[in-house]
Each structure stands twice: as C-alpha cells, then as structure tokens.
Write a new protein. Structure first.
Length: 337
C-alpha cells in the first residue's frame, strides 16, 4: 500500500499536527548515546497520549456506522477510557465506560482522583465492575445492559483501543516518525515503549515495515507475560498486513518484548519505576506515569546502563502519556517522599 492509499483510510483528524521528536540532552551526555523522545503526550488533545491516535480511526469507524455513542473500558485509572471520553465529547458523542477495579489499591486518591476526574468532567456514563472477568467481557456486559434498558447500541471499542482499526493509529505514527527520522538523518534506530494491549507495538512494527525503515521496536510489557503479549502483537500484525497489503513478513523476528518490569502486577509501580520517574523529571523535565511510561522508562534506562546489544545508532523513547493517572498515586508519593 502506498502512503497516499493509507492516508485515504477514514479517520477523525484529532491531533493538532506531528508530535515533537527531540533529543534527551542530559541522558545523551550521560550515556554517550544518541537518545531521543517522541512526545505523544503532546498531541494537543486533552490529556494527550497514545490513545488519541487510535481513536482517530476508531471514532471515524463509529461515526461511519451511525453511532451516537461509544463504549469502552479499562482499569479505574484508565488513560484510554479518559481519552475516549474526551474525544467522544469533542465529536458530540456520548461515552460509556466500564471501569474494572482490578488494581489492589484501595484509597480515595486512586478511586476518585486522576483520570476519574477527567471521566466525570466529560459527562461519561461510568459503571465500576469488580475483578473476575476481563475488561472486554465487562464492556460487552455493560453494552448489553444499556441496549436492554434504552434500546441504544453504543459502538464498542475494545480495551486499549487495540483492534486492527485502532492500531492503524500507530501505523500512522510510524510513517510520521519515518519522516522525522529522514529530516534528522537517522538511518537506524530503536523505539522503546510501554506495551499493554498490543495495539501500539503492533502498529509501529507494521508501520515501519510499510515505510521500509530499519527500526527495532522494543516493548516493555506492563501487563501480560512475554509469550501472551507476543502472540497478541503477532495477531494484530497479521491483520494489519492484510489491511496494508504488506508482503509476507516473519513477524516473530520483529517482535521484541521484555516482561521483567511488570513487578507485582499491572498498575503497581516498583521502586525502580519511581526512581525512573524521578530521573525523568530531574534530567529531562518529563513526567512519566507509574502504570505505563514509568515502567518502560525504567526498562529504557536499564538498557542504557547495561549497554544492551539491542540498542542501535539512535534510540528513541516513545512517551505514551499518562500524566493524569500519576495523581491517583498520591498516597504512594506521600509515603515515600
């Protein structure tokens, strides 16, 4: 598929333009490496973050289907749920959020602050579920309940927006980064990111394959064991290959995942996570979050400390957002600092 053909795929143009790619100056000096950060937290839409790119395609699909509302879900502090509520509101659509109380943190800061405030400001219709079923099961359960009570059938968006349609957002991001690399004279690079529901990682892999660029994607799992996440990424890559008319590719060779930073579980930051967050502030004035980007930045710093053979000539950290969720962890910050 050509770039022009890709650009003809229906999307809502939510981003305000290309997000910045800039040098991590202090860390580049410390490690004597060419280090950069792709600031997808600076999309110009609400709280920013990687979900906005996915929602450009998902909400276009919803509108093309005639939907007046959308439903999705995630954890209590879900960045995706909050981003969906913001973007749906901007397009005049109602939102329903199935929030699953799966993170073992029990206090009012976590349950009422952070992204929950955003959800409420966007007039989202929220239903909190206990753990025990998957987020996608809870989304379907809530959708059926809404349809039964109101006759309305909201457009369903899976956890993290990580369907093949949603992953097109990061095919687009890869093409955008390929252009930025061209301008910067970058021929070989790695991109490190937090990987949860697989869509961002799969989209980048397929997108750089479409762009024919030498870019290695390094995913830091924040939720699933390596084997599980790798299969999720692979399945999405296969779906994207059909959409993008890509040639036969050995996707397994392109999927790199480290699951050593999950720690005690999803949404539970380790001491290493907090130290990485503090390093990000002190060295580059970037605020990472405890659930996603903080864990992945911990991984990125360890790659540098250990002079990992995975690293290339240029090494990019993808900042996927999540700042609002940081304020749901006030209790941990107060306890430690």
């Amino acid at each position: 598929m050509s770039k022009d053909a890709f650009n003809s795929i229906p999307k809502e143009h939510l981003l305000k333009g290309a997000t910045p790619l800039h040098e991590l100056k202090n860390l580049s000096l410390r490690y004597d490496k060419a280090l950069l950060v792709k600031r997808d937290d600076l999309s110009g839409v609400g709280i920013g973050g990687n979900k906005v790119r996915k929602l450009e395609y998902l909400l276009a699909e919803a509108k093309n289907n005639g939907a007046k509302s959308v439903i999705t879900g995630g954890g209590i502090q879900s960045n995706h749920a909050a981003a969906t509520a913001i973007c749906a509101k901007m397009l005049g659509m109602d939102s329903y959020l199935a929030l699953v109380d799966a993170v073992p943190i029990v206090n009012e800061h976590y349950s009422q602050n952070g992204n929950v405030v955003i959800d409420k400001l966007c007039d989202a219709n929220i239903k909190v579920f206990s753990a025990g079923k998957s987020v996608n099961e809870r989304i379907r359960e809530f959708a059926a309940d809404i349809e039964q009570k109101t006759g309305e059938k909201p457009f369903e968006i899976c956890m993290g927006g990580s369907s093949a349609i949603g992953a097109l957002g990061y095919v687009s991001a890869a093409l955008e980064m390929a252009e930025q690399f061209e301008l910067e004279g970058i021929n070989s690079a790695t991109v490190t990111l937090a990987s949860g529901s697989a869509g961002t990682q799969a989209g980048l892999i397929a997108g750089f394959a479409l762009a024919k660029r030498d870019v290695k994607i390094l995913g830091c799992s924040v939720l699933h064991p390596k084997e599980v996440l790798a299969e999720m990424v692979r399945e999405l890559c296969l779906e994207l290959a059909q959409v993008l008319a890509l040639p036969d590719i050995n996707w397994d060779e392109l999927i790199n995942i480290d699951d050593g930073y999950i720690g005690e579980g999803y949404g539970i930051p380790s001491q290493g996570t907090w130290q990485a967050i503090k390093t990000g502030i002190a060295e580059e004035a970037i605020l990472f979050d405890p659930c996603y980007s903080g864990k992945a930045f911990n991984y990125f710093l360890d790659l540098l400390e250990n002079s990992s053979p995975l690293l290339k000539e240029h090494n990019v950290f993808l900042m996927t957002g999540g700042l609002t969720g940081l304020f749901g962890y006030q209790h941990q910050v107060q306890a430690q600092y």
